[in-house]
Design a protein around this ligand. Structure first.
Ligand SMILES: *[C@@H]1O[C@H](CO)[C@@H](O)[C@H](O)[C@H]1NC(C)=O
Ligand SMILES: *[C@@H]1O[C@H](CO)[C@@H](O)[C@H](O)[C@H]1NC(C)=O
Ligand SMILES: *[C@@H]1O[C@H](CO)[C@@H](O)[C@H](O)[C@H]1NC(C)=O
Ligand SMILES: *[C@@H]1O[C@H](CO)[C@@H](O)[C@H](O)[C@H]1NC(C)=O
Ligand SMILES: *[C@@H]1O[C@H](CO)[C@@H](O)[C@H](O)[C@H]1NC(C)=O
Ligand SMILES: *[C@@H]1O[C@H](CO)[C@@H](O)[C@H](O)[C@H]1NC(C)=O
Ligand SMILES: *[C@@H]1O[C@H](CO)[C@@H](O)[C@H](O)[C@H]1NC(C)=O
Ligand SMILES: *[C@@H]1O[C@H](CO)[C@@H](O)[C@H](O)[C@H]1NC(C)=O
Ligand SMILES: *[C@@H]1O[C@H](CO)[C@@H](O)[C@H](O)[C@H]1NC(C)=O
Ligand SMILES: *[C@@H]1O[C@H](CO)[C@@H](O)[C@H](O)[C@H]1NC(C)=O
Ligand SMILES: *[C@@H]1O[C@H](CO)[C@@H](O)[C@H](O)[C@H]1NC(C)=O
Length: 646
């Protein structure tokens, strides 16, 4: 995997530029400075700087192999997931690395007692005068100001470290990197809805599934049997929400109308993060949260649902704007992530992620929550943005964490987006596309190779369940006020992972898209190319996401979006794990390696495309395609595949 070698090659390339001054070699040098950052003045010698030395982690180059070792069905170690400690210890810097860096600093006159090391051993920290830090690192520090946000930072144009410790140092801060800034607001997947008035839908009829998708339609589409009355205490379904809140009255209305076997008052178990709270009064209910629970409960009940409601209202509502996403959730389910260093970032980004304690009015005054919840076996996430919104290294650090959660047995599923090959209109450009509005915009964090992405399908009018589904294409006004097509495409950050390589190759060979492309983001847009032929393809799978019955804010509405597809697929995985637990087996972790080996366990979707950027988008095809992935779930077949694995 090239993913993990980026920084190493950066360091090596930089070291070859070293000037022969003492035994120090250039470790990092900045080649270009973003125009928004203005260098103001030299730091004076007496100013205080906090020096943070990110230590090289062990075994990152083996991470993909480790993941496949426990998640690929052909591995003899399938399902032998790691503990959180095993994960932390495997990737922690070696003792040799820690000793080498400490010895260097102590030898250079930094008293041992001044050196602190984070719990996960990721970095060594000490306070110093600028003069001392400059002399340790053979560098000159400057003050910089971000002309747009006013953010201030200290950075150097280059710095050096002794040759014998270079291999042990990932990066130093302050160093050459300026704080992360994003290119625009990161959008969330907002589901689309239209009011219907009073429900007159027959909850047990399958005759109207082409008009309204009810729990009975979902069960029939994917052949989901009734749930067993006896469920495991260790298999609650995880659902992530941010800035959108369920109302109990909406859940009750839904249960009363569609699933009377679910008692009134049934509600998710709270796993609230950094000051988040739920539920809200009916009039404030969010369409996303209500939708997620109304789709998931009918499939998993009597199993429980765990609600990861994230961030205090200031951040969750956007009152304080942050462009990063998802890190505070990851901190809460893996304490080591709070201080995890990778790609030049240690812990969350203070300029992109929420900062706690939140000193603004009514902010959450507690500390950032780290490792307070054990992650559930399955986590369903109907939120995301675009790759273009965030720096690549912010995304890569987070993507590594998804890998680590997979190693520990958690399956994470993301909605693939609702704008086809584009991003949301107005995000990054008028039509949500890159370049001059012609280049496809891959979604974040969907393009991470270690998550499972769910696209959206629908039943067209006058088609029955037996006729099969198509990819969602809904033009403006039909039926929603905004256009909607299933998110899909190819990453500009991550290369095609091995588990997907033959599926993607077959798509290009047999169903070559009619568009010019570029190969690797270094040639972004060259020769008129509008997508990256070498990028990780998504989505991986699909499920229904159109005309979904929902009660929201007391009204009966129809809802659409990959936001709906994701809790459906996640709930089915949860049910399969339930059956595994019943026979003494465990959770499933990262799903993709098995799914791509068993495309026959999914209903192949071959009708439709995912329009965007002035094109019809990619076309569905037999086999995997970047519109509907491998297809929609066939519960009995998926159960058979996963139940037969150890
Ligand atoms: C796979 O995991 C087993 C232990 O579970 C280990 O012995 C083996 O070396 C691993 N193989 C690889 C290729 O990582
Ligand atoms: C590394 O150091 C820690 C603490 O000093 C010690 O517990 C551990 O055994 C050491 N590991 C190795 C491989 O030497
Ligand atoms: C609802 O549909 C079911 C199954 O088709 C049918 O048996 C029942 O009579 C219908 N109920 C009403 C009120 O039409
Ligand atoms: C439920 O499952 C557990 C564990 O498999 C078993 O011990 C228990 O007897 C079951 N209860 C019922 C009511 O079937
Ligand atoms: C849940 O998991 C814990 C530890 O992982 C185990 O001790 C317990 O027996 C499990 N409970 C059930 C009902 O499977
Ligand atoms: C719900 O409404 C009641 C009565 O208007 C009010 O007291 C309460 O604060 C509201 N709760 C929330 C969470 O908005
Ligand atoms: C909160 O803290 C930040 C930086 O720590 C500071 O700039 C800001 O003025 C503070 N806001 C309030 C309301 O105290
Ligand atoms: C965008 O269009 C302008 C004017 O046609 C052209 O000069 C420029 O090179 C284009 N940029 C890209 C990235 O295609
Ligand atoms: C569906 O079938 C009905 C009855 O045959 C017909 O009136 C209607 O136009 C059809 N709708 C579509 C979208 O084909
Ligand atoms: C891809 O290349 C374009 C053009 O150089 C650049 O704007 C963008 O940031 C790059 N994206 C990534 C993920 O590196
Ligand atoms: C295929 O998709 C088109 C729209 O792209 C739709 O009109 C047609 O009904 C679909 N066919 C089937 C069999 O669903």
């Amino acid at each position: 995997m090239r993913l993990f070698s980026t920084l190493c090659s950066l360091a090596l390339a930089a070291s070859s530029l070293a000037l022969p001054t003492s035994d120090h070699v250039v470790h990092e040098r900045r080649t270009t400075t973003p125009a928004r950052w203005q260098k103001t003045r030299r730091v004076t010698g007496t100013e205080h700087v906090l020096v943070r030395i990110g230590l090289t982690q062990s075994n990152l180059e083996n991470a993909y192999e480790y993941l496949m070792n426990v998640s690929d069905s052909v591995s003899p170690n399938y399902g032998k997931f790691w503990t959180a400690d095993e994960v932390a210890n495997t990737f922690a810097p070696s003792n040799e690395t820690v000793a080498a860096v400490r010895n260097w600093l102590v030898g250079a006159g930094v008293a041992e007692s001044r050196l602190a090391q984070t719990k996960n051993q990721g970095w060594i920290v000490f306070g110093a005068s600028a003069k001392e830090a400059e002399s340790l690192l053979h560098t000159k520090y400057y003050h910089y100001t971000d002309k747009i946000s006013g953010t201030k930072a200290i950075a150097a144009e280059e710095y050096r470290v002794p040759q014998h410790v270079q291999q042990h140092i990932d990066f130093v801060k302050p160093g050459v990197l300026l704080p992360l800034t994003s290119k625009g607001p990161s959008a969330k997947h907002t589901s689309k809805s239209r009011p219907l008035g009073k429900t007159s839908v027959n909850a047990s009829s399958l005759a109207t599934c082409d008009e309204v998708i009810t729990p009975a339609c979902v069960a029939a589409l994917y052949k989901i049997p009734h749930a067993s009355a006896n469920v495991s205490a260790n298999n609650s379904l995880g659902i992530f929400e941010e800035g959108d809140y369920y109302a109990q009255e909406d859940l009750n209305l839904f249960f009363r109308n569609f699933t009377p076997y679910i008692p009134q008052g049934t509600h998710p178990k709270p796993a609230f993060i950094d000051g988040a709270e739920a539920p809200v009064n009916t009039s404030d209910a969010g369409a996303e949260s209500d939708l997620d629970f109304q789709l998931a409960y009918p499939i998993v009940y009597p199993q429980t649902i765990t609600l990861y409601q994230t961030d205090d209202l200031n951040y969750a509502s956007g009152e304080i704007e942050t462009d990063g996403f998802f890190n505070t959730f990851l901190d809460a389910v893996d304490g080591s992530y709070c201080t995890y260093c990778a790609y030049g970032e240690c812990g969350d980004s203070p300029t992109l992620d929420p900062v706690y304690p939140d000193n603004y009015t009514d902010g959450y005054k507690g500390q950032l929550m780290c490792g307070v919840y054990k992650p559930t076996n399955v986590v369903s996430v109907s939120y995301g943005g675009q790759e273009y919104d965030l720096p690549a290294y912010y995304q890569q650090r987070q993507c590594n964490e998804f890998l680590k959660l997979g190693l520990q047995g958690t399956s994470i599923l993301f909605a693939s987006g609702d704008d086809g090959v584009a991003g949301p209109p107005g995000d990054d450009s008028d039509n949500g596309c890159l370049g001059n509005g012609t280049i496809f915009s891959p979604a974040f964090p969907n393009s991470c190779p270690y998550v499972t992405n769910v696209g959206a399908t629908k039943l067209y009018p006058n088609h029955t369940i037996a006729d099969g589904e198509s990819a969602v294409v809904d033009p403006i006004g039909h039926p929603y006020s905004i256009a909607f097509s299933s998110g899909g495409g190819f990453s500009n950050i991550y290369p095609i992972p091995d588990y997907q390589a033959s599926a993607v190759a077959e798509y290009f060979t047999k169903h070559n898209p009619p568009y010019p492309y570029y190969e690797g983001n270094a040639s972004f847009g060259q020769n008129g190319g509008i997508y990256n032929r070498l990028g990780r393809g998504y989505p991986d799978v699909a499920a229904n996401g159109d005309n979904i019955a929902e009660f929201n804010a007391g009204e009966f509405i129809l809802e659409g979006g990959t936001s709906a597809s994701t809790p459906i697929f996640s709930s089915i995985i949860n049910r399969i794990i339930e059956r595994r637990i019943a026979v003494g087996k465990g959770p499933l972790g990262f799903l993709n390696p098995v799914l791509y080996r068993h495309p026959g366990a999914l209903n192949d979707i071959t009708n439709g495309s995912n329009p965007g950027c002035g094109t019809e988008g990619f076309y569905t095809a037999p086999g995997w395609d970047p519109v509907s992935g491998l297809g929609t779930p066939n519960f009995p077949k998926l159960l058979d595949v996963f139940l037969n694995l150890p």
